[in-house]
Write a protein that binds this ligand. Structure first.
Ligand code: AGP
Length: 591
């Protein structure tokens, strides 16, 4: 979603901000803009479209202070007028904002009757409110007063033309990190935007206000009391955000999966024993129910976690979709344990649920790829999935890393010994074999690109892979795809089958092999063009993709690579923007 960056210091701030915006491009956006100091004045340049278009209008300009923004439209269409930065009515305050001011109409009505507006955004009123209060209060007080009135979420960088040697910031619910380097201070919505300019970083807590000059960061709470700076060493390498020789980040990330499994083994095993905090293990063992909370691919990953925990540990589990859970009140058991899955650790729906769960004092574990995230800071426990930075909007390696981390955790919580470490090593080798056979997936992709609808089917754990497969194809190939439990076809969806509708079956479980094949045959009799992805031991010569055998409960880690590759190649054939699909954002920071 929206990304904000800022820089103040000895380097050319515009260069730093443009580089930062480029690093945040993966989050998804439709317009971009910058504000910068030029001879004691503040200039603004903004464009609908890509950061590269913006670059042209600020070429060869030097500045010591700049803020920048990539906007993912929420209020008002994506155009130049609605792009950030926005200015207050007189132009004194200039602001970039990530988040949503939910009560902006009310605030406009109460305070800004004499103001005229030049955009349709909720952001503009933040600049106007600060200006309105600055008639009677200091800048600091005006910003803090504005913070106290906003309902919703915000991470903002603000410049005051009367004090052009400072950047002010305010933050609640939307992420904001401050970086410190030898030559200046930088800001970013996530850690990638700080690479190259910061040696240390500090994620800001909710309801923080800050005044920043080229030397230091002065943070305060809502009533103006100082907050201590807690910088940590930067924990990300530049190579992690480099495409290397791959055409797209998504393909690179698909290819990183075998190595990632080996890394996870390295991080979580000591000999045959799992290395996870005994306190966490004990806490989960004490619970009478585990509640998994997630969205999108992470939610599909948590279906597997439920399966592993119920099978291995005998603890009842339930999977909740965060965006539903936040507006419902399910019955909670006596000793619940909550596990949140999130690649980014910043998903707004999850944070909203987490705050409710925390209020009720239930224990929380976050399983994430982003240890500097807001969710980690709110949780009692966290586990890193060690997938490395995932740049492509469509999740691949983070999804598989969640499956692996949850099976390792379930193994640690259960008292039964399994040969998990060797089984995971076998998965990593099996994944490499799938990648060697990528041409088969490419062939399937080519044969489906002109189809309007496609169906993935499977049963049990293969059905969950089908859900993820369908999401991938929708996200990047823009093909309407549904996943059905193959047994459900006859209860309705089979009516959708017409001549040549592609139906792809995923078959990795012995118990459901025969029945899924007969359900597939039923679609074929009604004209479907069918494909089978099957584990070797269950395969027939006419199957389309045969994947190596691995422990049956880990086979989804292998079959999912096939569907990731099909989606990837379908998107490439359709010449879509694979890494930045339309309308989507990597980190969904608004509800
Ligand atoms: C996956 O391909 C998607 N981009 C999306 O469904 C994602 O998994 C979802 O938005 C949850 O994100 P999170 O893991 O960062 O919380």
């Amino acid at each position: 979603m929206c990304g904000i960056v800022g820089y103040i210091g000895k380097f050319n701030a515009l260069e730093a901000v443009i580089e930062g915006l480029k690093k945040l491009e993966y989050r998804g956006y439709d317009s971009a803009g910058v504000a910068y100091k030029k001879e004691n004045d503040i200039k603004i340049c903004k464009e609908k479209g890509r950061v590269i278009d913006l670059e042209k209008c600020i070429m060869d300009i030097d500045s010591s202070l700049a803020i920048g923004h990539t906007r993912w439209a929420t209020h008002g269409e994506p155009n130049q007028r609605n792009a950030h930065p926005h200015s207050s009515m007189t132009g004194r305050f200039v602001i970039v904002h990530n988040g949503i001011v939910e009560n902006y109409q009310k605030l406009k009505f109460e305070y800004l009757n004499d103001y005229s507006f030049s955009s349709e955004t909720d952001t503009e009123i933040i600049a106007d409110l600060i200006e309105y209060f600055s008639n009677t209060l200091s800048v600091e007080e005006s910003i803090r007063k504005t913070m106290s009135l906003i309902e919703g979420s915000y991470a903002c960088l603000i410049i005051d033309k009367k004090h052009p040697n400072h950047i002010y910031c305010m933050k609640d619910k939307s992420p904001l990190l401050v970086g410190k380097g030898k030559d200046g201070i930088s800001f970013s919505s996530d850690i990638t935007g700080l690479i190259d300019y910061a040696e240390e970083y500090m994620p800001l807590e909710d309801k923080t206000f800050g005044i920043i000059d080229a030397e230091d960061v002065y943070l305060q709470d809502m009533i103006g009391l100082p907050i201590e700076n807690r910088f940590q060493k930067m924990a990300i390498q530049k190579e992690e955000i480099d495409k290397q020789t791959f055409d797209h980040f998504m393909l690179k990330e698909i290819y990183e999966q075998p190595m990632m499994i080996r890394n996870l083994i390295h991080h979580y095993f000591s000999g045959e024993e799992v290395r996870i905090s005994p306190k966490l293990i004990h806490h989960i063992r004490q619970s009478d129910k585990i509640n998994f909370v997630a969205c999108g691919s992470s939610m599909y990953a948590s279906y597997f976690a439920k399966y592993y925990f119920e099978k291995l540990c005998g603890i009842p589990c339930e999977v909740f979709c965060a965006s539903e859970l936040v507006y419902s009140t399910p019955l909670i058991s006596k000793r619940p344990f909550f596990i949140f899955f999130s690649q980014s650790g910043e998903t707004a729906d999850l944070l909203a649920v987490m705050k409710k769960v925390k209020k009720q004092k239930h224990p929380i574990l976050t399983i994430t790829n982003t240890i500097e995230s807001s969710m980690v800071r709110l949780s009692d426990y966290h586990l890193n999935i060690y997938a490395g930075k995932e740049i492509a909007v469509a999740s691949t390696k983070a999804y598989t890393a969640m499956l692996v981390t949850s099976t390792i955790l379930a193994r640690a919580v259960s008292k039964t010994k399994t040969n998990l470490k060797n089984n995971l090593k076998a998965v990593s080798l099996a994944m490499e074999k799938v990648l060697e056979n990528k041409e088969v997936c490419r062939g399937i992709a080519q044969s489906i690109i002109n189809q309007e609808d496609l169906f993935y089917i499977g049963r049990g754990i293969d059905y969950w892979t089908a859900l993820e497969a369908s999401l991938k194809l929708k996200e990047i190939a823009y093909i309407h795809t549904e996943a059905f439990s193959s047994g459900e076809l006859k209860h309705g969806p089979i009516a959708l089958i017409t001549k040549n509708t592609p139906v792809i079956a995923i078959i990795t479980q012995e118990g459901t092999n025969r029945i899924t094949r007969s359900n597939l045959a039923e679609t074929e009799s009604r004209g479907a063009k069918t494909y089978v992805i099957a584990s070797k031991s269950l395969s027939t010569p006419s199957d389309d993709v045969i994947i190596p055998n691995v422990a049956h409960y880990l086979s989804p880690l292998v079959s999912v690579l096939v569907v990731q590759l099909i989606a990837y190649y379908a998107a490439v054939f359709k010449q879509n923007d694979v890494d930045k699909p339309k309308n989507l954002a990597k980190s969904v920071t608004v509800e």
